[in-house]
Design a protein around this ligand. Structure first.
Ligand code: PMP
Length: 391
């Protein structure tokens, strides 16, 4: 079988233990057997979100969780801050507009992170703002936002802080309760190493009050229905049964290692990829102070096409990375280091990137990127991974 190594920022590689669980015969969801799974998923997601708040699951991709947050929290005519420093920040504003919520856009240059001062200025100017929508890791740029500092400002206002943690959850620290985050949105196919199909929304009491009073239209994503069902250890509609069951297994694997250890592993993997890119003479797209551990966005050499590089790596060598999005679609490639990827997966990706760059005329000595990454990966010990990868 041809290699199919996913180094993409979602979906991510699925560990064999989880593939085995996903392949089991399906069970019915209105059974005591599945109720045990619901209970476990609910508690497991609280662990991953670092919260005591309830976490509601809906069968959807990550955008479903974002839409659920908007239509449940806000009413037509409300105002909400949307931080736009990339494609997924833009999505917050698009969803708001679809529900007749007026977005107050905070523009951020791609590759940089929003400052607390920018958000504070808008909140001071417009006290009627009811929500602040931000992105934990902006997957289109490889930038991580300083959610803790943003939360410190938002928590003293009437606004709720809503975090798109679709790519960042379980990969980079997000302490919902300790930091006073009101809503966390995420999904199954990134840090949780599962196929797409389960989205989830964690909701603070402050945010739930808004959900009870929102006048927006909603049906399938009505989180009041999700809550009512969860109170009876049930789901409002047919859930993505197999993925929910595998999610319990995935969270067990993460728990065995510990969230903080996982964050440290991803930081180390990211450092290796960043070192490799720089050793190859390539610029990193995100500023050093806000570079994410979820993925590395790498500028391709002038005159080269990121899309062509990604295509050749995938079609010829069986290694999938992502090109850019929006106006940098053809200017950057994005290599993820989340999920059950280990240093050997990333060294394989770097070796392949070297090969394709050389073929397209970039001048460097073969092995330069690999050597830089190896130096990082051999510089400190790393706990063995519970997912079976030898980190
Ligand atoms: N937000 C972020 C930060 C993402 O990375 C993604 C997916 N790449 C989404 C939202 C949208 O998720 P989905 O494609 O699963 O709907």
């Amino acid at each position: 079988m041809k290699r199919n190594l996913l180094l993409t920022p979602g979906p991510t590689k699925i560990p064999e233990q989880l593939l085995e669980v996903l392949a089991r015969p399906i069970i019915h969801h209105r059974t005591p057997q599945f109720q045990n799974e619901i209970k476990e998923v609910s508690e497991g997601l609280q662990y991953i979100c670092q919260t005591q708040n309830e976490v509601y699951t809906v069968p959807a991709s990550g955008t479903g969780a974002m839409e659920a947050a908007v239509c449940n929290l806000l009413s037509p005519g409300d105002k909400a801050i949307c931080v736009e420093g990339g494609k997924f920040g833009e999505r917050w504003a698009e969803i708001c507009k679809a529900f007749n919520v007026a977005p107050v856009i905070v523009k951020v240059e791609w590759g940089k992170d929003v400052t607390v001062a920018q958000i504070k200025a808008e909140l001071d100017k417009e006290p009627s703002i009811k929500a602040v929508f931000v992105t934990l890791v902006e997957t289109s740029t490889g930038v991580t936002s300083d959610i803790k500092s943003i939360a410190d400002v938002v928590k003293n206002t009437k606004a709720v802080l809503v975090v798109d943690a679709v790519s960042g959850l379980g990969v980079t620290d997000l302490q919902m309760d300790n930091w006073s985050v009101d809503v966390v949105c995420s999904a199954s196919h990134k840090g949780l190493m599962l196929p797409p199909g389960v989205a989830f929304v964690a909701v603070s009491p402050k945010a739930y009050k808004y959900m009870e009073t929102s006048a927006n239209h909603r049906f399938y994503f009505d989180l009041r229905k999700a809550k009512k069902a969860l109170d009876k250890v049930d789901t409002a509609f047919t859930p993505a049964i197999s993925i929910m069951i595998a999610m319990n297994e995935s969270i067990k694997m993460i728990k065995t290692e510990g969230l903080q250890n996982k964050f440290a592993q991803y930081a180390r993997l990211a450092k290796g990829v960043q070192a490799a890119a720089e050793a190859l003479g390539l610029k990193l797209f995100a500023q050093p102070s806000c570079r994410s551990n979820v993925l590395t966005a790498i500028c391709v050499p002038d005159g080269m096409s990121a899309k062509k590089i990604a295509k050749e790596m995938r079609d010829v060598h069986g290694i999938t990375i992502a090109a850019g999005q929006g106006h940098v679609e053809d200017k950057i490639v994005r290599i993820a280091h989340m999920g059950c990827l280990d240093e050997y997966d990333l060294l394989t990706g770097i070796a392949c990137l070297e090969k394709v760059l050389a073929k397209q005329g970039h001048k460097f000595e073969f092995g330069t990127g690999l050597a830089a990454a190896q130096k990082v990966y051999n510089s400190d010990a790393c706990a063995p991974s519970a997912c079976g990868c030898k980190h």
